[in-house]
Design a protein around this ligand. Structure first.
Ligand SMILES: Cc1ncc(COP(=O)(O)O)c(C=O)c1O
Length: 461
């Protein structure tokens, strides 16, 4: 350390670079090579090197309102000038406003909202509250293989994520996993999507019956695609709802990624109407358009009433932070005023149709999923007939990595997970911007995955 006037300085001349000083999430630190972002507008990100990048994944599928949405910025600024912080044990007007709006939008009249700081702690607290409300403090939780519920310890245990199985033992947390409603590779051997969905829901009820319903507190699942890229067939969620209700087991919908227009509804379960209504749901990401960290657990009246006179053993210093809640109120207002839920539904359906056309030209596109909102999943395969993958899940094949790098070099950022491309642009993306990005994807698929004859059909599709 050296001294310069009154300022204590590090001995090194250059400031500590981000690459050397920060641990970056889900990265091998030695390989970290991501861009630095300095600003943004709409679906565009501004990079430190002066480039502009079209964001086709809303960063972590969270910036649903685009970047630097003026209403969010104004709401955060106004709240900061009035009151930056008050603990969640006390009252704060933006928190009350946001809870009221969420309960109204979801039709959870008489329910309550517990605010968290993000998705993982929403998963944790949903499980804690569900167990308490069920009167089963150690009750089993049933979740799904190939799911993601966050990266804190319990959330990792809940997640059916092969990457983290060595770090955490689900059984130690009372968590059980069942096969997913993955119609393209149905774990139950069915070739019919709806039947696969029903079989996957039956696997949950069979598991509850095996454990004994008295020993199971809740089932926690994503109602639509998450980063697993699995879009359940329509038969799945309502069947899950029936099976859990019949057995007196709470159903928790993890809506962290699927809510706020991403899947064409305020909350993805709403596509099924009342037949899809869960007992609890978790929210984060789009709740503030990712402008400020915030998550939530929304409880139905029934769940809320059961814990009304008991101590709630839950709290985080920053949960329900006024700055975040003010951003949440502004975000909900922006989704409504700008018709973004309807826009996502319409653009998502058009996107899906364009992707199906793309699939006709590229045999590497084994499956195209989504279409309920601006969330589409492309599953890449080595052979569309046998559905053989290029690499075992969750490895990303080298040509797909190269495709993503080439897209970035051309100014478009794509999210990839294993052999999947996840398209989840901000809901404010322009139609022209989206079609230009698809044209680029078309070119890059031709470049990195030139069509070759399949094993069985000589290349015809
Ligand atoms: C479905 C789902 N649940 C929970 C989480 C965890 O949220 P967070 O990263 O805010 O902790 C995520 C994050 O991607 C998610 O996709």
């Amino acid at each position: 350390m050296g001294r310069s006037g009154d300022t204590v300085m590090l001995a090194t001349e250059a400031p500590l670079s981000e690459r050397d000083g920060v641990l970056h999430s889900w990265s091998v630190q030695a390989d970290w090579n991501a861009p630095t972002v300095t600003g943004g507008e709409g679906a565009w990100l501004h990079l430190a090197d002066g480039r502009r990048i079209l964001d086709l994944s809303s960063l972590a599928e969270c910036s649903n309102l685009g970047h630097q949405h003026p209403r969010l910025v104004a709401a955060i600024r106004a709240q900061a000038e009035q009151l930056c912080f008050v603990t969640n044990a006390w009252g704060a007007q933006p928190r009350a406003d946001l809870a009221q709006r969420l309960l109204e939008r979801s039709g959870f009249e008489g329910g309550r909202v517990f605010f968290t700081t993000g998705g993982a702690d929403a998963s944790e607290n949903a499980v804690k509250i569900a167990r308490q409300a069920a009167g089963k403090p150690h009750g089993a939780i049933i979740a799904r293989d190939r799911s993601y519920h966050g990266a804190t310890h319990l959330a990792m245990a809940l997640s059916g994520d092969t990457r983290t199985r060595a770090q955490v033992d689900p059984a130690a947390f009372g968590v059980h996993h069942v096969p997913p409603p993955y119609a393209y590779r149905c774990p139950f051997g069915s070739r019919d999507a709806d039947e696969c969905g029903r079989r996957a829901a039956d696997a949950v009820s069979d598991h509850i019956d095996r454990l004994g319903a008295d020993n199971v507190a809740a089932v926690l699942m994503e109602p639509n695609a998450g980063t697993n890229g699995i879009v359940p067939p329509d038969s799945y969620w309502p069947a899950l709802r029936r099976h859990t209700a019949d057995r007196g087991v709470w159903l928790i919908a993890d809506e962290v990624m699927s809510a706020f227009g991403r899947c064409g509804e305020w909350f993805a379960w709403q596509r099924h109407g009342e037949a899809g209504r869960p007992d609890l749901m978790t929210l984060a990401k789009g709740l503030t358009g990712a402008a400020v960290p915030l998550g939530a657990v929304v409880l139905s009246r029934d769940v809320a009433e059961r814990i009304e006179h008991e101590m709630l053993y839950a709290g985080l210093t920053y949960c329900g932070h006024p700055l975040a809640c003010a951003a949440g109120v502004a975000a909900l207002q922006a989704y409504a005023d700008e018709n973004l839920i309807e826009r996502s539904r319409a653009l998502g359906s058009a996107l899906h149709a364009q992707l199906l056309q793309l699939q006709q030209r590229h045999r590497v596109l084994g499956d195209v999923r989504g279409g309920h909102g601006l969330f589409a999943v492309l599953e890449l395969v080595a052979d569309p007939v046998t559905r053989a993958a290029h690499a075992p899940w969750p490895q990303t094949p080298a040509p797909l990595r190269a495709l993503v790098d080439a897209a970035m070099a051309e100014g478009v950022s794509l999210a990839v997970r294993g052999n999947l491309i996840l398209l989840a642009p901000p809901l404010v993306i322009g139609e022209r911007e989206l079609s230009d990005a698809l044209a680029l994807l078309d070119r890059l698929l031709t470049r990195f995955f030139p069509n070759e004859p399949t094993a069985m059909n000589g290349g015809m599709r």
